[in-house]
Design a protein around this ligand. Structure first.
Ligand code: F1P
Length: 346
């Protein structure tokens, strides 16, 4: 994240600089709709981007699985801005989605980790995430870097459109600059996450729930667990639980909540009560010093207090650690999970 922010954020001046996309500042000022296309973890980063861009820049955003988008006949015009996100920059579905949108005249930005990969070569402009090489197949630091870049894009568009005051922007950018330190602090939860992993490592299923921009974090937590430990896991918006997944909850079911002290805190607490009433095991990611969730949950993982906009950057870390420890305890190869390829090029 530090590398990702370097040279891009000037808090004292209230400025965000994002290389190539600066040439499209007029387009960003007037854009009516943004379509984000991606696969897997990158798609989850795109969903976080949707929350942030809509919240701060007030531009409507649609987030599409590239693997589906490319095979339908989507309505795209030259007025649209398409943001393609890919760690590897080689994902065939994302490339096909880009070509389709390009044919229809849309402007395409890429958010990619590998300098000189295929996707940056077929987009009009873009931003490299500079997360460094992902050693394992499952995306981890690339996700954090993608979310960082999307956060900056949201602020940049908000700035171009005058949707955010200069003082507010300075405040956000100053806080964003502190995120690398907060992530380091969050990594200190490792031992307690390992102890929790020991308790739930033999589960057959696991549910991840969150609201707002913590919903994509829940999806990503579930995907990591599936990818590297082969436990069946589902991510849901917490409010959707009562529309189906609640039927699955019993004492065998660990339910991981992202329950930080932000806008939907009270509502998440009532979701936790619903799970406890059905004897589910609750593991909650909470804000440091929280007492209300602690008194209900079976296990809590504390993360530092931060602005709601930056919760996905921090809350994802303990979920990645949780999947990692569970996978190691189950004897799985965390770097090379079965059936998964680093980049899906067909
Ligand atoms: C997309 C992706 C990854 C996943 C796995 C398969 O890759 O779904 O998120 O972890 O590696 O591919 P990319 O387009 O972000 O490189």
């Amino acid at each position: 994240v530090r590398d990702c922010l370097r040279g891009r954020v000037y808090p004292q001046q209230g400025k965000v600089q994002l290389g190539g996309i600066k040439e499209y500042s007029d387009k960003l000022k007037n854009v009516d709709r943004i379509i984000i296309v991606a696969c897997g973890t990158s798609w989850h980063a795109g969903l976080v981007g949707e929350y942030l861009i809509e919240e701060y820049a007030r531009v409507p955003v649609e987030v599409e699985y590239a693997s589906e988008f490319r095979y339908r006949n989507p309505i795209i015009t030259e007025k649209d801005l398409v943001i393609a996100i890919s760690q590897s920059g080689e994902t065939a579905d994302t490339m096909a989605a880009i070509e389709l949108a390009k044919e229809k005249g849309a402007t395409i930005f890429g958010v990619c980790n590998v300098v000189g990969a295929s996707i940056p070569r077929i987009t009009h402009a873009g931003v490299y995430t500079h997360a460094g090489p992902e050693i394992g197949v499952a995306s981890t630091k690339a996700f954090t870097a993608q979310v960082t870049v999307l956060t900056l894009i949201a602020f940049y568009i908000a700035q171009q459109r005058g949707a955010i005051t200069r003082n507010k922007l300075i405040e956000y950018l100053t806080e964003l600059n502190e995120i690398p330190d907060l992530i380091e602090q969050t990594l200190k939860t490792n031992e307690s996450v390992k102890a929790i992993s020991e308790k739930i490592k033999d589960s057959r299923n696991c549910l991840f729930l969150g609201r707002g921009s913590s919903f994509p974090v829940a999806l990503e937590g579930a995907l990591k667990l599936k990818e590297i430990s082969y436990i069946h896991a589902e991510g849901y918006p917490a409010a959707e639980m009562k529309h189906g997944p609640i039927a699955l909850i019993d004492e065998e079911m660990p339910v991981v909540f992202i329950a930080t002290k932000h806008s939907s805190y009270e509502k998440v607490i009532s979701n936790i009560q619903e799970v406890k009433a059905r004897k589910g095991q609750v593991i909650a990611i909470v804000t440091e010093g929280d007492t209300a969730v602690r008194s209900m949950a079976d296990y809590v993982i504390e993360i530092p207090q931060t602005n709601e906009a930056f919760v996905p950057l921090i809350a994802t870390i303990p979920l990645q650690l949780l999947s990692y420890h569970i996978a190691v305890m189950r004897g799985c190869n965390v770097d090379q999970p079965r059936n998964l390829a680093k980049s899906v090029t067909v």
